[in-house]
Design a protein around this ligand. Structure first.
Ligand code: HEC
Length: 483
């Protein structure tokens, strides 16, 4: 690796030479892009958070030498849209109306800069500071909720364990505007769902049975209230909202963290996955929570597909089929007295062998700014790069959802040995050749789910000394009422 001071000397010597030869009229053209002025700022902004020493990427891209050495691969990966990882896509039949918050994709101009740098021979440029790497940590954390006792997962089957955690807001409402799951033993934490359970007899029983911060088997247990605050999957950024929209953590509520463990036949040390929470002091305009659409076992939601057996719609991905598809249509039920329900974010979810997922809404007619039909989320699927995509739109322009609208979800899978994720699934399950994959929770099962962040109006701020009147919706999967 060249050191910076040496490079200055080389550079000024080179300019001297150019100055001399320039008299004879054969100047080499100046490089269109240099490392310090053009390339390093792009990589610092878009790549170095992972591509640094100790980062999750296999090699650093933090200095001239490493970027030069990997230059051709950088062009291939960025041209293909594979790096930085971001699987939302605009396609002819499905282009969402809004862009996405924190979209890390390189612009055409940035890609052209990388090409120019490589074509012109990796010029170093004038030595300068490389811009700071943006942090992917949740800023301004209020507190970290950590189990008092870990859980040691083992065996061949996936396990679902829960921890009841105290959000620490006591008798006050806390407005949650940020949440970050910190997986402890990363190779076994397949996903985590954070529920809020309101004060009451069901919560008292939960705490009496299992205590606070201690693991308990919740594979067979419905979490009381079913109010989902956040779903974390590998690769996800922290959940973050502005202070205009927040999850209400009601007085004396508890958070239940359900962790899906994937031990893959090995015994592991106790896992103590924790969560960071951020509370906002501002009374918000909107309340935020999560609902999920998809995963249908049968008609009418699940439509007939190419590989159904006996003519009955069936969610099954047959072995050795390279492009199996399932298609589901879910009609929004009566949403009670809620009249202004909007979609804030989309978090597609499949398991290992998925390749594509899209979600569209069909309204009976255009409604205000909302067209009759619009694509809500669309993209390739990569199990390692799951993410919640937040619409880049003002809260009062977000797509609306009402009773009678239809959410249309389509998923594709490649269940052949050519799919590296099939190889990974089979290795995990100690199997040699592809198997029929049914719907289910295990990592060797599949899912087709669009998890939406939903925004509903917040009640007006209470006057001083008044108890806030906030009611959490009790909605299950597909938003059907639980009460
Ligand atoms: C969120 C983390 C993350 C970010 C951001 C990221 N990478 Fe990566 N990158 C990875 C990981 C992990 C791998 C190895 C596994 C893989 O290929 O998915 C990788 C692999 C690569 C590879 C090798 C791929 C191959 O198979 O040859 C290149 C080249 C690369 N990244 C370039 C970039 C560039 C250039 C950027 C920014 C424009 C970038 N990456 C941003 C995490 C990241």
């Amino acid at each position: 690796m060249r050191i910076a001071t040496g490079s200055i000397a080389v550079a000024s010597l080179a300019s001297l030479l150019i100055a001399c030869t320039g008299a004879e009229g054969d100047d080499p053209p100046a490089a269109r892009a240099t490392w310090y002025q053009d390339v390093a700022p792009i990589l610092a902004n878009r790549c170095m958070s992972c591509h640094q020493d100790g980062g999750i990427a296999p090699f650093p891209l933090t200095d001239f030498a490493s970027a030069k050495e990997n230059a051709e691969r950088i062009l291939i990966q960025t041209d293909a849209g594979a790096m930085p990882p971001f699987d939302a896509r605009e396609e002819a039949d499905c282009t969402p109306r809004f862009g996405w918050v924190d979209d890390p994709r390189l612009s055409a101009a940035e890609k052209a800069t990388l090409h120019a740098w490589v074509e012109d021979g990796h010029a170093l440029g004038k030595v300068a500071d490389i811009p700071a790497i943006p942090s992917s940590e949740l800023p301004n954390v209020t507190r970290t909720l950590t189990p008092v006792e870990g859980f040691a997962t083992a065996g061949d089957r996936d396990q679902f364990f829960c921890y009841t955690l105290d959000p620490g807001n006591g008798n006050q409402v806390a407005w949650l505007t940020g949440l970050q799951v910190n997986p402890d033993i990363t190779e076994v934490v397949h996903h985590a769902v954070i529920f809020e359970v309101q004060a009451g007899a069901e919560l008292d029983k939960l705490v009496a049975d299992h205590g606070i911060g201690r693991p308990f088997d919740c594979s067979q247990q419905q979490i009381p209230g079913n109010f989902v605050v956040h779903i974390w999957t590998p690769g996800n950024q922290p959940m973050q909202t502005s202070s205009d929209i927040a999850v209400p953590i009601l007085p004396q509520s508890k958070l239940v963290m359900q962790v899906h463990y994937h031990p893959a036949g090995t015994a592991h040390a106790p896992d103590r996955t924790s969560i960071d929470v951020r509370y906002s002091p501002v009374w918000p305009k909107k309340m935020y929570f999560v609902a999920a659409f998809g995963n249908a076992f049968q008609a009418p939601e699940l439509l007939p597909g190419p590989n159904d057996r006996g003519g009955v719609p069936e969610f099954l991905i047959p072995k050795n089929v390279p492009d199996h598809r399932e298609h589901m249509r879910i009609t929004i039920p009566n949403l009670g007295d809620l009249t202004d329900v909007r979609l804030f974010s989309a978090n597609p979810h499949m398991h290992l062998i998925g390749t594509h997922i899209s979600g569209t809404i069909e309204r009976p007619a255009a409604r205000g700014d909302d067209p009759r039909q619009e694509c809500l989320a669309n993209g390739g699927w990569n199990f390692d790069w799951q993410r919640t995509y937040t619409y880049d739109a003002p809260l009062d322009k977000l797509p609306t959802v009402q009773q009678g609208d239809v959410i249309d979800i389509k998923c594709s899978w490649d269940n052949t040995i050519e799919n590296p994720f099939v190889q990974r699934m089979l290795k995990d399950a100690n199997l040699g050749t592809p198997i029929d994959v049914p719907l289910g929770e295990q990592t060797t099962n599949e899912m087709c789910l669009e998890i939406f962040g939903i925004a509903i109006p917040a009640p007006p701020a209470p006057l001083a000394h008044e108890a806030p009147a906030i009611k959490l919706p009790r909605w299950g999967l597909n938003m059907q009422a639980l009460d």
